[in-house]
Write a protein that binds this ligand. Structure first.
Ligand SMILES: *Cc1c(COP(=O)(O)O)cnc(C)c1O
Length: 427
């Protein structure tokens, strides 16, 4: 313990900050144990799917060109399908990010004249241009797909009357975003999502339901595909990539939906048959294997942060004690200086680019300056410890990730140290 304190001290963390952290940790034993249990369950689920599909060294061989008969790629898709309990899966490095995966899923399963419904309010920023809520070339709107939205009620619950009224003859696909993203609403639990799906299907049994599963994978022991979703969609540089996948996205769902997605991603007639793995299979398999424990570490970090900052008077979403359904933590720091200090700490604790200083910056697509801290092995990876936020009231930093709990802990302690050093917090 003395040696650890010395090491931390040499890295810039004072004994006062360290001890404040240890006091908070004492209150978290039971919650961390519950997270470990979920990780154990999900670890077994992943290993069991890998065993069932006889994963072997042959699966890690690189393919190039068309990628016909790519054993590793096809088997990885069966592993994903088994973990998510779906008929089929499309898991590809050719899917460049979460937005791309969602775009493929939507545009493959919506035709001109169809209507898309979001019963949970405005979707994630990047999806707004995909749908055409903000006009954009090649949006679904341009192709004649209309869009309807039902906002959540004041208290964050589903507006069932509004949803019943919004579902109509044209409603083809319903999109549900699991994580709050950069909104202030709560993240939905899988069981809440299940209730919403059941309600929608009771009104229109043949409607397709897609869940944007970003940041939610492996936080619970069940996934939205266990409660009726026809497609679950996400990014491999978030939870399911386990920090090792250098690129990629996934769509797990019914055979009919996934077939269409494959035809949309490559070409009609080609579908899942083409798409070389380019030597990425080891990282995609091994990342998926590590993902349950990586997600557990990230979630512990989020809870630790809320339990450090909330007692100091900073509002945290989710708060220090509520249950969690994704890995994102928002901390309202109340000032630009607070956001800068927090992000400096996250950056200073990173294994990569720790020498860089994050500063507020103008970013395309944002009205306010944005600050970002990230020192990641994979560019933009947000399963790695990262923080960002727009410089505007309530000056909230959104942070997430941490490939190991100890890195997340160090990052959060360092953020608090920078707040103390800047005179913004007194312990
Ligand atoms: C990150 C995210 C996306 C988009 O993923 P990218 O990989 O950044 O394109 C979509 N929806 C939600 C809820 C997300 O968190």
């Amino acid at each position: 313990m003395e040696q650890l304190l010395e090491l931390y001290n040499a890295m810039g963390i004072s004994p006062t900050v360290y001890n404040y952290g240890e006091e908070a940790l004492k209150r978290l034993t039971d919650r961390f144990a519950a997270i470990d249990q979920i990780a154990e369950h999900n670890q077994a689920k992943v290993i069991s799917a890998m065993q069932k599909n006889r994963v072997s060294a042959a699966c890690f061989a690189a393919t190039t060109g068309y990628g016909y008969d790519d054993v590793g790629r096809d088997n990885l898709e069966r592993v994903y399908a088994d973990v998510f309990h779906t008929e089929a899966a499309l898991v590809r490095p050719q899917i460049t990010c979460g937005t791309h995966a969602l775009t493929v899923a939507l545009s493959a399963n919506l035709l001109p004249g169809d209507e898309l419904l979001s019963p949970v309010g405005l979707p994630y920023d990047t999806l707004q241009e995909v749908i055409g809520i903000r006009p954009s070339p090649c949006s679904l709107a341009e192709y004649g797909v209309s869009y309807r939205q039902v906002d959540l009620l004041e208290d964050g619950t589903f507006d069932y009357d509004g949803i019943r009224a919004a579902i109509n003859k044209k409603t083809k696909l319903i999109t549900i975003q699991r994580s709050k993203g950069y909104a202030t609403r709560p993240t939905f639990s899988v069981s809440q999502i299940g209730e919403l799906i059941a309600f929608c299907k009771s009104i229109k049994p043949d409607v397709t339901v897609m869940v944007d599963n970003c940041y939610g994978e492996f936080v619970e022991t069940i996934e939205p595909s266990d409660v009726g979703a026809d497609m679950v969609v996400g990014s491999l540089i978030k939870n399911p990539g386990g920090g090792l996948a250098p690129i990629g996205g996934y769509i797990c769902g019914t055979q009919a939906c996934v077939d269409r997605c494959a035809f949309r991603l490559s070409a009609p007639g080609l579908g899942q048959e083409v798409g070389a793995n380019l030597g990425l299979m080891t990282s995609l398999y091994q990342g998926f294997f590590l993902a349950p424990t990586v997600v557990a570490g990230a979630e512990k970090g989020a809870i630790f942060a809320a339990n450090l900052y909330e007692p100091l008077g900073f509002r945290c979403v989710p708060n220090a004690t509520e249950s969690r359904h994704d890995i994102i933590q928002a901390v309202e720091l109340g000032s630009e200086e607070g956001m800068i200090a927090f992000c400096k700490g996250i950056q200073a604790a990173a294994p990569v680019d720790s020498f860089a200083t994050p500063l507020p910056w103008d970013m395309p697509g944002y009205n306010d300056k944005v600050i970002m801290a990230a020192g990641a092995f994979v560019q933009g990876s947000s399963i790695e410890l990262s923080a960002d936020g727009p410089i505007r009231p309530p000056y909230a930093v959104y942070f997430q990730g941490g490939l190991t709990w100890y890195h997340a802990k160090l990052g959060i302690l360092m953020s608090l140290q920078k707040m103390v050093d800047a005179g913004l917090v007194k312990l």
